[in-house]
Ligand binder design. Structure first.
Ligand code: HEC
Ligand code: HEC
Ligand code: HEC
Ligand code: HEC
Length: 169
C-alpha cells in the first residue's frame, strides 16, 4: 500500500490539460466523505465514475441482479448486510485495498458493480478512458470468485456472460 500511493500521486500530477474535465468529475465525486476516503485508500472509484462515459452500460447494468445485489441481502434479514460472510460477494473488492468496507465508510462500493468484474478503474478513468488500463473482457475465473461451485453449482459462463449490461448487451 505504501508503495502505490506515490505512484497514484505521480499519475495525478502528470494529468494532461486536455483531461482536466475528467479530473473535475473526480473532484466533484470526491466531495462526499466516503468517496474522499476511497480516494486516499485505493483505486476503486465506483460506477458513478464510469457512467459519464459509459452511460448505456451503466444504465443497463443497474437494472440487472448485480445492480441491486446488496439490497437483496436484506430479503434474508437486514443483519445480513453487516456480515462479511454474506456481503463479500455482494459488493466491490471486499478485502482488497480501497475495496468495500462497510455501509458507513464505503456505501458507494455496495452491489456487484463494474469494478467487481473489470478490476479497479481509477487509472483508466484518470487517463481519460485508456483501454489498456482496464480489464476488457473478464473471464470465467473472475465470475468464479463469487459464483463458486458451493454457491452456484450450475454456473455456465458462456450463457451467463450475456446481458451483464442490460438486455442489448
Ligand atoms: C461466495 C460468494 C457468496 C457468498 C459468500 C454469499 N452469496 Fe449470496 N449470492 C451469490 C451468488 C453468486 C448469487 C447468484 C447465484 C445464485 O442465486 O446462487 C447469490 C444470490 C443471493 C441472493 C438472491 C438470490 C436468491 O437466492 O434469492 C440472496 C438473497 C443472497 N445471495 C443472500 C446471501 C446471504 C444472506 C449470504 C450470507 C449467508 C450470502 N448471500 C452469501 C454469492 C454469494
Ligand atoms: C458481472 C461482471 C460485469 C459487470 C458487473 C460489468 N461488466 Fe462490463 N463486461 C463484462 C464482460 C464479461 C464483458 C465482455 C463481454 C463479451 O465478451 O461479450 C464486458 C464488456 C464491457 C465493455 C466493452 C464493450 C461492451 O459493451 O461489450 C465495456 C465498455 C464495459 N463492459 C463496461 C462496464 C461498465 C461501465 C460497467 C458498470 C456500469 C460494467 N461493465 C459492469 C463483465 C461485467
Ligand atoms: C473519461 C471517460 C471514461 C471513463 C470515466 C471511463 N471510461 Fe471506460 N472507456 C473509455 C474509452 C474512450 C474507451 C475506449 C473505447 C473504445 O476504444 O471503443 C473505454 C473502454 C472501456 C472498456 C473496454 C476496454 C477495451 O479494451 O475494449 C471497458 C471494459 C471500460 N472502458 C470500463 C470502464 C469502467 C469500469 C469505468 C469506471 C471505473 C470506465 N470505463 C470509466 C472512456 C471512459
Ligand atoms: C463480486 C461477486 C460477483 C462476481 C465477480 C460476479 N458475480 Fe454474478 N452475481 C453475484 C451475486 C451476489 C448475484 C446475485 C445478485 C442478487 O440477485 O442479489 C449474481 C447474479 C448473477 C446473475 C443473475 C442470476 C443468474 O444466475 O442468472 C448472472 C447472470 C451473473 N451473476 C453472471 C455473472 C458473470 C458472467 C460473471 C463474470 C463475468 C459474474 N456474474 C461475476 C456476484 C458476483
Amino acid at each position: 500500500m505504501s508503495s502505490r500511493r506515490p505512484t497514484a500521486i505521480a499519475r495525478r500530477l502528470t494529468l494532461r490539460p486536455a483531461l482536466a474535465c475528467c479530473a473535475a468529475v473526480l473532484l466533484t465525486l470526491g466531495s462526499t466523505p466516503a468517496t474522499a476516503r476511497a480516494e486516499l485508500f485505493g483505486d476503486y472509484v465506483g460506477y458513478t465514475a464510469c457512467a459519464p462515459c459509459h452511460q448505456k452500460q451503466a444504465q443497463g447494468w443497474k437494472a440487472t441482479r448485480h445492480g441491486d445485489a446488496f439490497a437483496d441481502l436484506a430479503t434474508q434479514g437486514e443483519e445480513k448486510q453487516s456480515i462479511p460472510g454474506c456481503f463479500r460477494c455482494h459488493v466491490v473488492g471486499y478485502g482488497k485495498d480501497g475495496g468495500y468496507m462497510d455501509q458507513e465508510l464505503t456505501p458507494e462500493l455496495a452491489d456487484v458493480q463494474c469494478e467487481a468484474c473489470h478490476g479497479p478503474g481509477r487509472a483508466h478513468v484518470e487517463a481519460g478512458g485508456d483501454p489498456s488500463l482496464i480489464v476488457a473482457a473478464p473471464g470465467e475465473d473472475v465470475c468464479r470468485l463469487c459464483h463458486t461451485t458451493g454457491q452456484d453449482a450450475n454456473f455456465d459462463y458462456a450463457n451467463k456472460k450475456h446481458g451483464l449490461h442490460g438486455p442489448e448487451k
